[in-house]
Design a protein around this ligand. Structure first.
Ligand code: CMC
Length: 431
């Protein structure tokens, strides 16, 4: 913990309490309520954790008002432009940008772990071909714990390290396999002469019958998508990974839990839902109809790819993604893509509408990513698995950070119970 920087006074029911306060390196101060129950016999209540810091972390920081995202202090825009995904992985895991030697050694290690145990391939055939690739991934990533027994001891820092490298290396292979399985094509083994993103595209799009050349422009765009999704503070799936890990569960099981959480449409599933929405809108003239639905309190419809719990300004990832969409579609000669036209017009109209302006709802990372992924040749069902692949490094960095925190405890929230008070069992004939 940092040094205490202040005290908050809390008075209620004739009691007066002093609670320690801490200042982060940047961001709002926090009041430590850890001893509140012991001292005053009350809980705090914050469903959705809107005002609650759940851990101390030095990995990622978001300034939601300014629309700023920092990985270990470095702005996401600079990393998206100048860095590449494996360098970002090193940065997130170890806290500093690698020297040339460190980068070479790290990339060598990751590359040497890209294959999966041959027996793991058999898991896929237990699934229906039309299973969503996220369903396959939850199962297969969790199943890694049945194969790599030498990296399951969470109390051994070396095993934690090996598990981290294995996860970063193998998740692209598993993601590509989930895709190949869903379209009935043979699995393509990793090719270690290719860089991380190019290798992923190769495993997704190569077939044994033909030569496949990875388009370097698409590989660069893929790498940028990985970078933009690599980590994002204590979001729902990361908190899930931490909570699962807090019980001492193994890292593969924890990441599988993160994948399950990410799947929901309010989180990582929004990229698939967003592209499906843009296609359903179809033409610019139908936008007002969908805007009206999004504003209607009686209609559960929301503009997918819009709004964020933390950003009350442009999601900086969306800005980079929009530029990337223009670049990729331009280079592929499909800049008149109707979905991109609908997206841009929808964004323009929504940003002028008082409903969205007043609620500070801006496009988020999922708004433009699907357009790029579709242009690359991915079906919508692969969008969230690609998000999961990218976020794996964030999950594993946060998991490692949690385990090396001396104050780490099992996560165990309390509740505001509103159920029945104690009552006696009634025999069936008396009910
Ligand atoms: N369309 C229409 N209205 C919205 C939207 C939207 N996309 N998002 C929020 N609102 C409204 C909401 O109805 C509420 O209105 P009111 O105050 O009148 O009840 C207000 O804005 C605040 O919304 P909230 O649901 O209380 O905010 P939240 O912080 O709990 O939810 C969110 C954040 C991302 C779940 C939400 O904005 C949303 O459902 N967006 C669409 C799904 C999406 O794009 N998710 C991806 C998030 S970024 C990537 C990731 O993290 O995985």
């Amino acid at each position: 913990m940092p040094d205490q920087t202040g005290t908050a006074k809390l008075s209620f029911a004739g009691k007066e309490l002093e609670l320690p306060m801490y200042s982060p390196s940047v961001g709002p101060d926090v009041i430590d309520i850890g001893k509140l129950y012991a001292q005053a016999g009350v809980f705090t209540h914050d469903p959705g954790f809107t005002s609650t810091s759940s851990c101390e972390s030095a990995i990622t920081f978001i300034d939601g008002e300014e629309g700023e995202l920092l990985y270990r202090g470095y702005p996401i825009e600079q990393l998206a432009e100048k860095s590449h995904y494996l360098e970002v992985c090193f940065l997130l895991l170890y806290g500093h940008l690698p020297t040339a030697e460190e980068a070479e050694a790290f990339e060598f290690r990751v590359t040497r772990h890209t294959m999966v145990h041959e027996q793991l391939l058999k898991f896929f055939s237990g699934y229906r071909r039309d299973a969503h690739p996220m369903a396959t991934m939850v199962g297969v990533v969790g199943a890694l714990s049945a194969f790599y027994h030498d990296s399951l001891d969470i109390n051994d820092p070396w095993q934690r390290e090996v598990a981290a490298i294995r996860m970063i290396a193998k998740v692209p292979t598993i993601t590509a396999m989930a895709y190949k399985y869903s379209i009935g094509q043979p699995f393509v083994y990793p090719k270690n002469s290719l860089d991380y993103a190019a290798n992923f595209l190769h495993m997704c799009f190569a077939v044994p019958a033909e030569d496949y050349e990875v388009n370097p422009i698409l590989a660069r765009a893929m790498d940028r998508i990985f970078t933009l999704h690599a980590d994002h503070e204590q979001n729902a799936s990361t908190s899930t990974v931490r909570l699962a890990g807090s019980s001492g569960a193994n890292p593969f099981a924890c990441v599988a839990a993160g994948i399950a959480c990410l799947w929901g449409p309010a989180h990582g599933g929004a990229n698939q839902a967003c592209l499906e929405m843009l296609k359903e809108i179809g033409t610019v003239d139908r936008i007002p109809e969908f805007i009206a639905r999004a504003k209607d309190k009686d209609d559960p419809f929301r503009l997918m790819g819009f709004g964020h719990r933390v950003y009350k300004n442009f999601d900086p990832r969306a800005k980079v993604m929009k530029e990337s969409a223009d670049e990729v579609l331009g280079l592929l000669g499909i800049e008149n893509n109707p979905t991109l036209q609908v997206a841009k017009e929808l964004e323009r109209i929504a940003l002028e509408d008082s409903y969205f302006v007043d609620k500070k709802l801006y496009p988020n990372v999922d708004f433009y990513s699907g357009i790029i992924l579709e242009a690359m040749g991915f079906p919508t069902s692969m969008f969230t698995p690609i998000f999961a692949l990218s976020r794996t490094v964030g999950w594993i960095s946060q998991w490692k950070e949690m385990l090396s925190d001396p104050n780490q405890k099992i996560g165990r929230p309390r509740q505001l119970y509103t159920g029945e008070t104690r009552r006696d069992y009634i025999d069936v004939e008396d009910r």
